[in-house]
Design a protein around this ligand. Structure first.
Ligand SMILES: *[C@@H]1O[C@H](CO)[C@@H](O)[C@H](O)[C@H]1NC(C)=O
Ligand SMILES: *[C@@H]1O[C@H](CO)[C@@H](O)[C@H](O)[C@H]1NC(C)=O
Ligand SMILES: *[C@@H]1O[C@H](CO)[C@@H](O)[C@H](O)[C@H]1NC(C)=O
Ligand SMILES: *[C@@H]1O[C@H](CO)[C@@H](O)[C@H](O)[C@H]1NC(C)=O
Ligand SMILES: *[C@@H]1O[C@H](CO)[C@@H](O)[C@H](O)[C@H]1NC(C)=O
Ligand SMILES: *[C@@H]1O[C@H](CO)[C@@H](O)[C@H](O)[C@H]1NC(C)=O
Ligand SMILES: *[C@@H]1O[C@H](CO)[C@@H](O)[C@H](O)[C@H]1NC(C)=O
Length: 577
């Protein structure tokens, strides 16, 4: 990313020189190949006196309040880390040219005793499909929207600015949040290049919020936002060993987010700890008149935010979890099953009850027995029972509404985007490979499928919406009600796409925690909890309890630092293993 290097060089300039001297770093920004096999590959330099690697938001806050760190220093340290890692993982799509002055303002406020809260001065990124009304682009990774002007900050961005968080930049993503193609390279966008997981650069980094999760996993940012329609927060979170929070549809406003489906889109958060992800969630959730789905949360959200539900392992004695075995667990490979069952045994030994006899009712009709497949209804011969039938129609309509508010662009419809992609095969891969590009092997078949519907909400659509919502909600709710007892949550393996695929049409929330690593690829996987609509308080409670257990058990099953396997490889597409 040459422009990015230039920008960084300019931004760092003389500030960098004096500052680098002051922190006395001796770490090379560009590690040589010699240390390829040493454990200390891409070591993270300290941030002045402060050890930023794996630092929590609370620790950053404390260091800023006791005077050992400023927000500007934090920004410079994350710039340095980005400079060190960007050539490998491309987690940042655009650096905010105003980030240092925003941080300076936050430092000045703190000096004059204005303290906005736990995110004051903390740097973050947002997935690049989330609008920012500033000196950055909002394009979903596509050249077609470059130069377009958004009407305002997305609601979630405005809320984070109010909370004092410092917008560092826009995270790379799978273009159009994966709406455009059925066979594509996860994490790739024409503007952002190929985002990669720092755990193994050759394989699918998880998506579509790939850069958001990879940057948090690589310690290149404090926390990040992503968006999910079906898996796009949970999947990259678990593949980068971070905590991912996908809220109930309607808890976080989608106003100002380049859409996929109004019925399923949700803005979620990534952190290295549950607490960090919940700080971000607390800052962004709430009613927004520009997204009327958020009206549904009225009276269902707590006064004072979700942080109050954070707890420790001792509370696990009050928990009863369900394992939907035949619905999900049965698909897990042996190695992962062994590691996750060890973790489940640990949770039981802390006093929790685990019930292995509760299922997602009707799961056979909801999800494929083999792979993630959001058109499984059609595969079974019933397009009127398929999630994709809904998403295809929604996208056509929702993108038109989003585009209608943009200035400085002639792009007004999906038709315009599709034509642009055909006209720019070399960069956007409108046609299938080899006419187009290898990242989009099947061209833009997802867009063409949406285009074919013309956004008409015919009987097939109406039935599919009703079926997918009802069957998934009933399925999860009945699994949560075991013989009349309300369970604390469903523990599920999020490496199995059918888990988040069941939560997606339901609009139900999920959280994933780092839980282990595959020995054949070095790629992490998680343990997730599912809940009913607006069950976030329970998710926070049990995720924090399990995390506390992981951290204090002396058991190493949790997050491990990235190992940068395959860091000299540049394969596109990434491998789906
Ligand atoms: C300031 O806080 C940081 C983070 O907790 C800590 O590491 C450091 O020792 C503290 N320094 C002083 C002078 O209190
Ligand atoms: C997807 O694309 C890859 C090449 O990137 C190809 O090998 C594979 O067969 C394609 N899969 C399908 C289902 O078309
Ligand atoms: C939101 O408003 C639109 C019209 O602007 C309406 O069609 C839709 O049903 C409303 N949705 C909710 C959840 O209130
Ligand atoms: C759950 O029950 C299934 C049989 O339905 C069994 O195969 C599996 O081993 C059980 N899992 C646990 C963790 O007990
Ligand atoms: C609804 O539209 C879809 C896509 O355009 C089409 O395949 C389907 O047959 C239509 N259904 C009805 C009942 O017309
Ligand atoms: C879908 O269509 C089939 C007929 O092709 C019908 O039997 C079935 O009940 C429909 N499903 C729903 C959810 O309406
Ligand atoms: C990284 O992934 C590739 C593709 O699956 C695999 O061949 C390689 O062994 C992995 N690297 C490590 C160190 O696990």
């Amino acid at each position: 990313m040459r422009p990015m290097r230039l920008l960084l060089a300019l931004a760092l300039g003389s500030v960098w020189e004096t500052w680098a001297q002051s922190i006395g770093t001796t770490t090379s920004l560009f590690p040589s190949q010699e240390n390829a096999n040493t454990p200390a590959l891409f070591p993270m330099p300290p941030c002045g006196q402060f050890n930023l690697e794996e630092a929590t938001i609370d620790q950053m806050q404390q260091a800023m309040s006791n005077g050992t760190l400023t927000s500007q220093q934090l920004v410079l340290c994350y710039m340095q880390r980005t400079y060190q890692t960007q050539e490998y993982i491309s987690s940042l799509l655009q650096l905010n040219p105003d980030v240092l002055s925003i941080a300076a303002n936050m430092d000045a406020e703190r000096k004059s005793s204005i303290f906005r809260g736990p995110l004051h001065g903390i740097p973050f990124t947002v997935k690049e499909n989330i609008a920012t009304k500033d000196n950055m682009e909002t394009t979903a990774g596509s050249w077609v929207l470059i130069g377009s002007i958004v009407p305002r900050d997305a609601h979630v961005v405005a809320r984070l600015r109010e909370a004092g968080a410092v917008l560092f930049g826009k995270a790379s993503l799978s273009e159009w949040a994966d709406m455009r193609s059925s066979n594509y390279s996860e994490g790739y966008s024409p503007r952002g290049g190929q985002a990669r997981s720092p755990y193994n650069l050759t394989v699918n980094p998880g998506g579509s919020s790939s850069g958001s999760a990879a940057a948090v996993g690589a310690n290149a940012i404090a926390f990040s936002l992503g968006t999910e329609t079906d898996g796009s927060v949970i999947n990259p979170a678990e593949r980068n060993a971070v905590v991912g929070f996908k809220p109930t549809v309607g808890l976080t406003s989608r106003a100002g987010v380049i859409p996929e489906s109004e019925h399923q889109d949700s803005v979620g958060t990534f952190g290295r700890t549950v607490r960090d992800a919940v700080y971000a969630l607390d800052a962004i959730y709430g009613i927004d008149p520009r997204d009327n789905y958020t009206l549904a949360q009225d009276s269902k959200t707590p006064n004072g935010g979700y942080m109050q539900y954070m707890t420790g392992k001792d509370d696990l004695k009050d928990a009863t979890f369900g394992l939907p075995w035949n619905s999900f667990w049965t698909f897990v490979d042996d190695e992962q099953k062994t590691i996750l069952l060890d973790l489940l045994a640990l949770i039981e030994s802390a006093g929790a009850t685990i019930i292995n006899e509760t299922e997602i009712t009707n799961y056979e009709k909801i999800v494929s027995p083999t792979v993630w497949n959001w058109d499984y209804g059609t595969t079974r011969g019933y397009p009127n029972e398929s999630e994709y039938t809904v998403v295809k129609v929604d996208f056509y309509n929702n993108i038109k509404t989003y585009l209608s508010e943009l200035e400085n662009t002639n792009v007004r419809s999906l038709e315009d985007i599709v034509q642009y992609n055909y006209d720019n095969d070399g960069s956007e891969g409108g046609n299938p490979w080899p006419l187009g590009i290898s990242a989009f092997y099947s061209g833009q078949d997802g867009f063409l499928a949406s285009l074919e519907t013309k956004g008409v909400k015919n009987e097939t659509y109406v039935q599919a919406l009703e079926f997918t919502q009802r069957s998934t909600r009933e399925g999860i709710d009945s699994a949560l009600n075991y013989k009349g007892q309300r369970l604390s949550g469903l523990l599920v393996p999020p490496d199995i796409g059918q888990t988040y695929q069941t939560a997606a049409p339901a609009g139900y929330p999920m959280v994933t925690l780092p839980a282990g690593v595959h020995s054949n690829t070095g790629m992490p996987f998680g343990l997730a909890i599912m809940q009913t609509a607006f069950g976030e308080a329970e998710l926070v409670k049990w995720a924090s309890a399990i995390e506390d257990l992981q951290l204090t058990s002396g058991n190493t099953i949790r997050r491990m630092l990235p190992r940068w396997h395959g860091y000299l490889e540049r394969n596109i597409p990434v491998l789906n293993v």
